[in-house]
Design a protein. Structure first.
Length: 276
């Protein structure tokens, strides 16, 4: 009976231990930060040692945050950024950040799980807008050298900002890997204006082309009339006779035939062979 009781106590202890534990298994390229919340014994807070790839058991009351240790890309779309002439432009931008190895607990302890939104995002957006305001729309839309210079300047300013923040409010163990500012895009209002302008320009060109064709046609008709007058005079035909001749010529052109035409010109019969 005593032996059975000991076994039951042993099994109960094991089951209690298993029920009181949770497993932490970060993937490759990740660190897990343990956050202790003891019910009775021990001290709470962020564990200074991260859990790297593998399996670790901890108390059921302990939670954890998974932190990517690979370069992370944060896309920021800037709407209505102002150029140096107050033109409103849209930009697609990206900042790449990487948490320093084995320092994820410091990051979570000082700035929380949402560290990017808490201390990076707004500052980054403001810095980018500041540099955009130094250049004109044309350079921001098409000058790659200008955009590259903005990338370099923003990266430098973000590195300085992180260093300053680390001194004032605790270490921010994050490196700036890269900054990419895309070419400026016209906003929706400007797109509509550009579309309207393009449509009006095309309509104007179409009308100008139509007028040029009309002028050319009128000039050709005048030359044709002069030539017909000379041809009529050479043949010695009246206006009515010449018109009839031209009619038969058109018939010949349409039917592909040779036609002999007889005219009574001044009381004399004259025959013309009208060829295609």
């Amino acid at each position: 009976m005593k032996h059975l009781t000991k076994n039951m106590l042993l099994y109960g202890t094991i089951l209690f231990g298993m029920a009181s534990c949770t497993s932490v298994t970060p993937d490759a390229g990740e660190e897990a930060v343990l956050i202790h919340k003891p019910y009775i014994f021990g001290s709470g807070g962020v564990d200074e040692t991260p859990v790297e790839t593998g399996l670790k058991y901890t108390w059921f009351s302990t939670s954890y945050v998974t932190v990517s240790m690979l370069p992370q890309k944060f896309d920021e779309k800037l709407d209505d950024a102002t150029s140096n002439d107050n033109t409103l432009l849209d930009f697609n931008t990206q900042i790449q950040l990487q948490v320093q190895d084995n320092r994820s607990p410091i990051l979570i302890k000082n700035y929380g799980e949402n560290w990017y939104e808490n201390v990076i995002q707004e500052q980054y957006r403001n810095i980018v807008r500041g540099y955009i305001s130094n250049f004109g729309p044309f350079d921001l839309m098409s000058n790659r050298e200008v955009l590259d210079s903005i990338n370099i300047a923003v990266k430098r300013d973000m590195e300085n900002y992180i260093a300053s923040l680390s001194q004032k409010h605790g270490t921010l163990p994050v490196d700036v890997v890269n900054v990419v500012i895309g070419r400026a895009l016209p906003n929706e209002k400007q797109k509509a204006e550009m579309d309207n302008t393009a449509a009006a320009t095309q309509a104007k060109r179409t009308e100008e082309s139509r007028r040029e064709m009309l002028v050319a046609r009128e000039a050709a008709e005048r030359q044709r009339a002069i030539a017909d007058k000379a041809y009529q005079k050479e043949l010695g035909l009246s206006t009515e006779q010449f018109i009839e001749l031209r009619a038969w010529e058109i018939i010949a052109e349409k039917q592909g035939a040779n036609i002999d035409v007889l005219f009574d010109a001044g009381g004399t019969n004259k025959m013309w062979n009208v060829r295609r």
